[in-house]
Design a protein around this ligand. Structure first.
Ligand code: NAD
Length: 490
């Protein structure tokens, strides 16, 4: 791919940004420059919002059954272009091709569920709530909504929100991560091919300036955000200051308990995928394994073996099990945190720093790393590393392990590996996290369920996906109606 200059998509037109400020989009494995992304200006956000508001006045009147026809077309286009999109994700984001295809499947799933909007958006009614009076609740779209995305799932995350927003009759401004803007550019080109009316979906590239302009714009009614916790918190409060609805998904530190009655071979395979898949850059990556009883020895030996033998390299090459991390800064930060863990008393059972990846010596790679005897109260047990690093902590009982989990700042996911139904029942009832896995390593809800982060992993009320998305992107209107019998003419 030769380097290209990316454009914004406003009111059905691709337009060069007015800015002179551009960032390089870099392939993290090859360090090749793929594109230049504009850091758009406040005026461009305003123009996109005005166009989206103009489009809203007619789009909201299109029947829901007609609106979803564009989504059926989009699903077909995403399927046809899946290989090309997957390649783009891998090139700009670093994950393996299989992981990129998996992420696209989750995106498509959300389109499929949003095709059910005509039913999901239904209200309810009661006849004769008083003599001759009927009452209805109907759902109506909000207007223009902003969707702000992180780097780690360039295709999937916009789809937690966008299909639902437009199917409900809203119009949308998409803001991709400036680190991975190519995938969404291609997705919007496919949206254009569906014939969706101009202004319903708009794309504005950029960084903080664009985000702040979206948050402050008086016409925007709602903000969907996914990213790190400090930014999620900031977006939530700044959106609220101008009276917007906001759903802000933040960072995570996901603990997993391994009980001695778990099947260790299966647990190890699943845990390796969770901790090292996408190079640990998943908000649902297992980052702390708490072993109980004999699992300390059996699980530790098995996971160390897998970490040693993981094949790391460029995600487009055959046989690669783990790709690069996103930037040089990320690599430096991950390696610094590993050192901090060691300085605080942990042992690097497997140390993945400064690997030599033949053919990709300049790439941003960190190999799988296992830190043993991590202090549960230390920084490394609590900080989101967002890299392929698994910390091991040993405790004597499941009660102690659940208590440790519940002290945590985050609540995105917690998992348990066991063959005991009673232990599983206790865990799912008591663990303080919004997504729970029992013998599952990445408890990512399917599109028909909400992506339920808790605590500092989520700010807001209604989450992305499924019914929550429909509620988030609609406002309820209650109509109380009386028709006097003397209005009858026949
Ligand atoms: P990030 O917070 O750096 O960036 C997210 C978005 O916010 C980007 O579009 C970016 O341009 C914008 N942004 C960054 N700094 C900003 C600022 N100061 N003011 C306004 N806007 C700003 O996140 P990231 O590094 O792209 O993504 C990784 C993070 O996202 C991790 O913490 C991960 O756990 C989290 N994440 C969470 C979920 C979830 O569902 N909870 C899913 C995926 C990723």
């Amino acid at each position: 791919m030769s380097s290209i200059t990316l454009k914004n998509y406003i009111n059905g037109e691709w337009a060069s940004s007015n800015t002179t400020d551009y960032l390089d989009v870099i392939n993290p494995a090859t360090v090749e420059i793929l594109a230049q992304v504009p850091l758009s200006e406040v005026g461009e956000v305003d123009e996109a919002v005005q166009m989206a508001q103009a489009a809203f006045t007619s789009w909201r009147r299109v029947p829901a059954g007609d609106r979803i026809q564009y989504l059926f077309k989009l699903k077909a286009l995403l399927e046809t272009n899946l290989d090309d999109l997957a390649q783009t994700i891998t090139m700009e984001c670093g994950k393996t091709l299989a992981e990129s295809k998996g992420e696209l499947r989750r995106a498509i799933e959300n389109v499929e569920v949003a095709c059910g909007i005509p039913m999901m958006m239904q209200g309810y009614n009661s006849e004769n709530i008083a003599r001759g009076i009927d009452e209805f609740m109907i759902r109506q779209p909000l207007g223009v909504v902003g969707i702000i995305c992180p780097f780690n799932f360039p295709a999937m995350i916009p789809f937690w929100f966008m299909p639902y927003a437009i199917a409900c009759g809203n119009t949308v401004i998409l803001k991709p991560s400036e680190k991975v803007p190519l995938t969404l550019q291609k997705v919007v080109q496919l949206i254009e091919q569906t014939g969706l009316p101009a202004g319903v979906v708009n794309l504005v590239n950029g960084a903080k300036t664009v985000v702040d302009a979206l948050l402050d714009h008086p016409t925007i009614r709602a903000i969907s955000f996914v990213g790190s916790t400090p930014v999620a918190q900031y977006v939530y409060s700044r959106a609220a200051a101008t009276g917007k609805r906001a759903q802000c998904q933040g960072g995570a530190k996901n603990p997993v308990i391994v009980l001695p009655d778990a099947d260790i071979a299966t647990t190890t395979r699943i845990m390796a995928d969770s901790a090292f898949g996408c190079a640990g850059q998943r908000c649902l990556a297992a980052s702390v394994a708490i072993t109980v009883g004999d699992a300390q020895q059996t699980f530790t030996e098995a996971i160390a073996e897998v970490a040693h033998t993981r094949t790391v390299g460029y995600g487009l090459d055959d046989g690669i099990q783990m790709g690069a991390v996103i930037t040089s800064d990320s690599k430096t930060r991950i390696e610094r945190l590993i050192q901090q863990g060691i300085d605080q008393g942990a042992t690097a059972l497997v140390d993945g720093r400064q690997p030599k990846i033949v053919g990709y010596e300049q790439g941003y790679f960190v190999r799988p790393t296992i830190l043993q005897n991590v202090n549960p109260d230390g920084n490394i047990a609590k900080t989101e590393i967002f890299g392929p690093v698994l910390s091991l902590i040993h405790l004597e009982t499941i009660d102690q392990a659940i208590a440790l989990i519940n002290q945590g700042q985050y609540g995105n996911m917690a998992c348990l590996f066991t063959s005991s139904g009673a232990a599983a029942r206790q865990f799912r009832s008591e663990a303080e996290a919004g997504n729970i896995g029992i013998n599952i390593g990445v408890a990512a809800p399917m599109a028909q369920f909400p992506f339920s982060g808790w605590k500092d992993s989520f700010f807001g009320d209604l989450h992305g996906q499924g019914h929550h998305a429909v509620e988030f992107f609609t406002q309820t209107k209650v109509v109380i109606e009386r028709w006097h019998h003397w209005t009858r003419q026949f």
